[in-house]
Design a protein around this ligand. Structure first.
Ligand SMILES: Nc1ncnc2c1ncn2[C@@H]1O[C@H](COP(=O)(O)OP(=O)(O)OP(=O)(O)O)[C@@H](O)[C@H]1O
Ligand code: SF4
Ligand SMILES: [Mg+2]
Length: 325
């Protein structure tokens, strides 16, 4: 049985600005199955949010999807007319934004915002809409008597849970979460992550979870994708990727956070800065920072290849390139 819910293939998207084109998402391909959680990690500015907005077809005015496809349940979101996308967005795919705490309308009660979300997409009675709004608030542990509260009357963690309730309300098959807990303290972050996992088990939706916090992703993801300068450089089962990272960038990232169980060591990190996406370097984009770079890496661009079962990396170290340089 084919369980694939989303297939992104050779997606190219970016921003047109006066001085050129910002290559924010460049040749990105991945697959996601029903119920799976795909974690996407990478340094700030590597294109994570642009990828999320491209899938939602909510890109900014100066952004374009240049090439590639985003197949969601047999339809290509990359080329679907906006009228058709409207029937899918929020209904089948929803999103919790990076700045979710500011995404709520300050002048409407959270209950009214939930009712609006239902009424915009479903032809239901007032009573049915109200019951559903209360039901999703309860799912995220917000008591019924908060229905008439305004966003400013709620804590940061509660606002974030309201955003998750909004994302759940039409029972989507896929929820994209872009840094949903970054602004919260560690304890609140933990309870929200546990809640997301519990709801996922309960309802079976798939999740794309974006964060720069790789240690969190390793814990919650089925699959991990590591992005660098607009490209996925490594992709595979979270455990395999964590236990035996292949790409030099992933190895550097793994060294950037201390082990929870091992001895306390100095955080390694990666020297240098990611490239300017207006003029990314030719060849491998990690080449200027890579401790293992070879001659070929300056000119040619490594493709993602399956190196171990379902574990892909884009690096010439593994693909028989001339290693003598
Ligand atoms: N509206 C815009 N116009 C031009 N360039 C943009 C625009 N929005 C984002 N960019 C650029 O696109 C690239 C990718 O940005 P994006 O926001 O997708 O990164 P990100 O991985 O989500 O970063 P962060 O971790 O900081 O959220 C960056 O170089 C960024 O400067
Ligand atoms: S392709 Fe070359 S530069 Fe790029 S990560 Fe591999 S070894 Fe480093
Ligand atoms: Mg972002």
């Amino acid at each position: 049985m084919n369980n694939t819910i989303l297939t992104c293939k050779n997606l190219v998207a970016g921003y047109r600005i006066r001085s050129g084109f910002v290559h924010a998402v460049d040749d990105v391909s991945f697959e996601l199955s029903k119920g799976e959680l795909l974690g996407i990690a990478g340094e700030s500015g590597c294109g994570k949010s642009t990828l999320a907005f491209a899938i939602m077809r909510l890109l900014k005015d100066n952004a374009v999807i240049e090439k590639g496809s985003i197949i969601f349940k047999d339809r290509d979101l990359a080329s679907l007319p906006e009228e058709e996308v409207k029937k899918i967005r929020w209904v089948d795919i929803s999103m919790v934004f990076q700045s979710a705490m500011n995404a709520l309308n300050p002048v409407l009660s959270i209950g009214d915002q939930l009712l609006d979300a239902i009424n915009a997409h479903r032809d239901v009675s007032q009573k049915e809409a109200f019951d559903r709004a209360i039901e999703v608030l309860k799912l995220v542990d917000i008591p019924e008597d908060r229905f008439n509260s305004y966003p400013h009357q709620l804590s940061g963690g509660m606002k974030q849970r309201v955003m998750i309730a909004m994302a759940l309300i039409l029972q989507p098959d896929l929820i994209i979460m872009d840094e949903p807990t970054t602004a919260l303290d560690v304890v609140v972050q933990r309870t929200i992550i546990e809640k997301i996992q519990e709801l996922r088990k309960m309802f079976g939706f798939s999740v794309i979870f974006i964060t720069h916090d790789l240690s969190l992703l390793v814990e919650i993801s089925d699959l991990l994708a590591i992005m660098y300068a607009g490209r996925i450089v490594e992709y595979g089962p979270a455990e395999a990727l964590f236990n035996s990272p292949l790409h030099p960038y992933t190895k550097g990232l793994m060294n950037s956070f201390p082990s929870l169980t091992g001895p306390i060591t100095r955080m390694g990190g990666i020297e240098g800065k990611p490239p300017d996406l207006l003029k990314p370097p030719e060849g491998c984009r990690f080449q200027p920072r890579c401790p293992k770079a070879m001659k070929i890496c300056e000119k040619e661009y490594p493709q993602l290849k399956e190196l171990q079962p379902k574990h892909l990396a884009a690096c010439f170290l593994y693909t028989g390139a001339d290693k003598s340089d």
